[in-house]
Design a protein around this ligand. Structure first.
Ligand code: FES
Ligand SMILES: [Fe+2]
Length: 449
């Protein structure tokens, strides 16, 4: 008889671990999710270095428009300057550091800090300082426009999708995005005009859990049959009433979530370098007159072969680590903004494909409401699961969580990408934490102070 028992390590023993020891090939230490020091390092090593999604240029369509958000913990504001260019600025006054734009979005001829009235242009340039004579003979040059709100060191606009990095160094955007870009490009290609625009404002929710628990769930095919079971069965019954008619957005997807694990297993999951992944399937059928119009418009733009390829490349979820999750078929994008080790904000943006039938836009809005509104029937169940995971991981005695599902059955596809043996594989999670480890153990790129 085997008399060995596993003895939990003491609480203190965990602090002997190096951050690189917290991620193994098939298991993850609970401190990755529940430790304040780890969170601080993530803000430096991941959110301070990687490319972070800021927003879409349609959120600032006209000169003077701005949208404020955060890159890591840095408050930023995306602006449309009078020259038509988009800038991403630190949302911080160079005088005493006050937030210059406290509102989420708006339009302003200039920015004026409310504390002592310094004024800035849309590119951050310092325009004026009240009672300038007070700076005569000092080291601060009030006449130098560069002494204004700082521009983030790196900004990349990918066909309207604006990303920024707090670090002047690191991988260029295309190298960082790599294969992860095919999901974003597919979203853009699905617009008959090649242009998208956000519809209204976003839903903003706060999850009481660590930011990675949400990302981890995005490739978790197994949970749907359990977490979403009741909602999905109701969606299936509703779907039957729409036979042969245009269906409300998201209903097909909601109904699919009722699938048994062996059905979810048929979904393709592909993990890419730098933590990105894509999950196939779940595209709504293009039926009826509007569907035919849409297909014809796509063919007019791309030609028949490419249009067919764009539509065939069905993605349910595409994740670009660490902040962006897209759902092409629902025309929506979820953007993660960590608040603290146990709180995560999520922005959910719904897009209009310019040139697509209005029914596509209505369907996208309905789908967005179904999955994300305060009365939604999908995310609320997920949030409860995330909360329970985070609560369970706070306990220090049991240290590891499992990523063993279908490990060692991953299939390499292309250079550095891996496909899960089935759609129930945890391949994308293993890949994400591998990337996490690479970020966290790399040399820190610090800006000069
Ligand atoms: S803090 Fe902004 S003007 Fe003083
Ligand atoms: Fe879910």
């Amino acid at each position: 008889m085997d008399t060995k028992v596993s003895t939990p390590r003491s609480y203190d023993s965990q602090y002997d671990l190096d951050v690189g020891d917290l991620v193994e090939k098939e298991r993850i230490h609970r401190r990755v999710f529940a430790d304040q020091d780890v969170f601080e390092q993530e803000m430096d090593q991941i959110f301070g270095k990687s490319w972070i999604y800021v927003g879409h240029e349609s959120q600032v369509p006209n000169p003077g428009d701005y949208f404020s958000t955060q890159v890591g913990r840095q408050p930023v504001v995306m602006t449309r300057h009078k020259n038509g260019e988009i800038y991403v600025l630190e949302n911080r006054c160079p005088h005493k550091g006050a937030l210059v734009c406290p509102d989420r979005n708006g339009t302003a001829k200039h920015f004026m800090c409310m504390y002592h009235g310094w004024r800035f242009d849309g590119d951050g340039s310092l325009i004026s300082v009240p009672v300038q004579s007070g700076y005569d003979g000092t080291e601060f040059n009030v006449k130098d426009p560069k002494n204004g709100m700082r521009q983030l060191p790196r900004v990349h606009n990918h066909h309207g999708f604006v990303f920024a990095s707090l670090s002047p160094e690191g991988l260029d955007f295309k190298t960082w995005a790599g294969e992860g870009l095919r999901g974003l490009d597919n979203l853009i290609d699905r617009s008959p005009s090649g242009e998208l625009e956000v519809i209204g404002n976003c839903y903003r929710t706060v999850q009481n859990s660590n930011w990675k628990i949400f990302l981890d769930n995005m490739s978790d095919g197994m949970h749907t049959s359990f977490v979403h079971h009741q909602m999905a069965r109701a969606a299936q019954r509703t779907l039957e009433k729409f036979k042969g008619r245009a269906r409300p957005g998201g209903l097909d997807v909601a109904a699919m979530l009722a699938g048994e694990p062996d059905q979810m297993a048929k979904i393709d999951l592909v993990a890419h370098p730098h933590g990105h992944f894509d999950m196939a399937a779940f595209a709504p059928e293009l039926t009826g007159e509007d569907g035919e119009h849409y297909k014809a418009a796509l063919i007019a733009r791309h030609g028949a072969d490419k249009a067919a390829a764009v539509l065939k490349q069905n993605f349910h979820n595409v994740m670009m680590f660490p902040t962006l999750v897209m759902q092409q078929s629902l025309q929506q994008m979820r953007v993660l903004r960590p608040i603290s080790v146990d709180k995560t904000a999520l922005e959910i943006w719904v897009f209009r494909f310019k040139g697509a039938p209005d029914s596509f836009t209505r369907r996208a809005i309905t789908g967005g409401n179904l999955a994300n509104s305060p009365s939604n029937v999908v995310a609320a169940d997920d949030f409860e699961a995330y909360f329970r995971v985070h609560q369970g991981l706070k306990g220090p005695q049991s240290e590891w969580i499992s990523l063993h599902r279908e490990a060692n059955r991953d299939v390499q596809v292309g250079e550095g990408s891996f496909k899960g043996a089935t759609g129930n594989s945890e391949v994308c999670m293993r890949n994400m934490y591998k990337a996490w480890r690479e970020y966290m153990t790399a040399e820190t790129t610090r800006r000069e102070i």
